[in-house]
Design a protein around this ligand. Structure first.
Ligand code: PMP
Length: 452
């Protein structure tokens, strides 16, 4: 074979698969319907599977490997920190954690100068909501139907994605509303301006009907990721900021997926010139090399806990290996202009390529995004906009597309009826074009399912 893996590596990959099927219990899955791909190696924008096939990673794993795989400076920083100090309890101070906090405070908007570290995104959301509740003395949380905020108890309840439904025991004070999404407008809007205005009127009505005196927080992904990369129309997030201020509600921007350069700015909210009261981050902060998340906190909310204890914490808050990975990731992103690369290739390569595909393929209902953060919405019928796969489910049509991508050397990110284009931020133009060409080819398969 032409596999770059040695016989021993091939045997080890086979054993990894067999043991996985015997002993590993996977997220969000019917366990016996799974055939997980073994990943044996990775480098930059590429991964290798258990047979040694090389795949272009258009998923960045779970939209987290923003600096690509195995960045040598970040690997070295983790190794160096491991040689020096592997663990520090949260109540002590540590140079890696202090420097990570300084850098994150510098990058986040407004006066979000205080950083609480978590292990990932869901616990960042849990803590942001807890801070908002303690700060306001109120309990309800408003969030969008088309959203994902994490898999833990409260985070999954504020999530709108259908994965909330089997986890919903009616607790938590979670209340959902419709955020703008012109392609599937809930407001019968014809333009972005109308969509924005009507979505803000709807949100204000929801606040009044739920009772501002009960609402602690509004949590919104600045550009919703898992739910479909709907870039909000101009004016919407400013309007949310104004409503939050008017009604004494804490505005939490969830930047777990959209942050750290993904959308072509350090944070997606920077596109809109808005500062939230709390900002949650994870994924890109370390590119996923070591798990880390956190909450960036405004001075006002910080002041609530200046003399009164914050009743919450985690053993691994600001773990030294994760903090060292964050410092090295942020420095690598800056030194190698990765955010600028994502913004410029998004505009010069992805946007025109997707626009051409949308013209060529009747199965493409809409393309949208910015930076290295794009969604292709597939439909069975352009006129009715009926999705290629039902909301909240997988489908044979989408599985066929995913298989066709993999057999052509592309690892895609797919969700319901969408393919997302979310490669590493430092992908080069050539690889990006090659990946897009594969997508263009496989959408012929989707076109075959188009009716009308
Ligand atoms: N918020 C958003 C916007 C996310 O995209 C995710 C993860 N996809 C989370 C929260 C949860 O993060 P984690 O899986 O690290 O808990």
């Amino acid at each position: 074979t032409d596999s770059p893996l040695t016989e021993a590596e091939l045997a080890s990959a086979k054993r990894a698969y067999e043991l996985d099927r015997k002993h590993v219990f996977h997220s969000w899955s019917a366990q016996e319907q799974l055939k997980p791909m073994v990943i044996t190696r990775a480098d930059g924008s590429y991964v290798w599977d258990g047979e040694g096939n090389k795949l272009l990673d258009f998923s960045s794993q779970l939209v987290n490997t923003n600096i690509g795989h195995q960045h040598p400076k970040v690997v070295a920083a983790i190794q160096e920190q491991a040689g020096k100090l592997c663990t520090v309890a949260p109540q002590h101070a540590n140079d890696a954690r202090s420097e990570a906090a300084r850098l994150i405070a510098e990058l986040t908007p407004g006066d979000l100068n205080r950083i609480f570290f978590t292990n990932g995104g869901a616990d960042a959301v849990e803590h942001a909501i807890r801070m908002a509740r303690l700060h306001t003395g109120k309990y309800k949380v408003l969030s969008a139907y088309r959203s994902y905020h994490g898999g833990t108890a409260l985070a999954v309840n504020v999530t709108g994605d259908p994965r909330r439904i089997p986890n919903d025991y009616g607790n938590a004070g979670a209340v959902h509303f419709h955020a703008p999404f012109l392609y599937r407008s809930q407001f019968h809007a014809a333009t972005e301006a109308e969509e924005s205005q009507r979505a803000l009127e709807h949100l204000e009505t929801a606040i009044q009907l739920e009772g501002a005196s009960n609402i602690a927080a509004i949590i919104l992904e600045s550009i919703p990721g898992t739910a479909g990369i709907m870039v909000p129309p101009p004016g919407y997030l400013q309007g949310v900021r104004e409503l939050a201020t008017k009604y004494g509600i804490i505005y939490i921007a969830d930047e777990v997926m959209s942050g750290f350069g993904r959308a072509g700015k350090w944070f997606a909210i920077d596109h809109f010139d808005v500062a939230p009261d709390l900002l949650t981050f994870a994924k890109g902060v370390t590119s996923g090399y070591v798990p880390l998340g956190g909450v960036a906190i405004s001075e006002e909310i910080y002041s609530t806990f200046a003399q009164r204890p914050y009743p919450g914490g985690l053993t691994y808050s600001g773990h030294p290996l994760a903090s060292a990975a964050a410092v090295a990731t942020i420095n690598a992103m800056r030194d190698e202009s990765m955010v600028e690369n994502a913004a410029s290739l998004g505009e010069s390569v992805v946007a025109p390529a997707l626009a051409r595909m949308a013209e060529r393929h009747p199965s493409i209902g809409e393309v949208r995004g910015t930076g290295m953060f794009w969604a292709i919405e597939l439909v069975k019928n352009r006129a009715t906009r009926e999705p290629l796969a039902p909301y909240g489910a997988s489908s044979p049509e989408m599985n066929e597309l995913i298989g066709a991508c993999k057999s052509r050397g592309l690892l895609p990110f797919a969700n319901f009826n969408r393919i997302h284009v979310v490669p590493p931020l430092n992908i080069n133009a050539e690889d990006l074009q090659a990946g897009l060409a594969i997508l263009d080819e496989v959408f012929d398969l989707a076109d075959a399912h188009v009716q009308g």
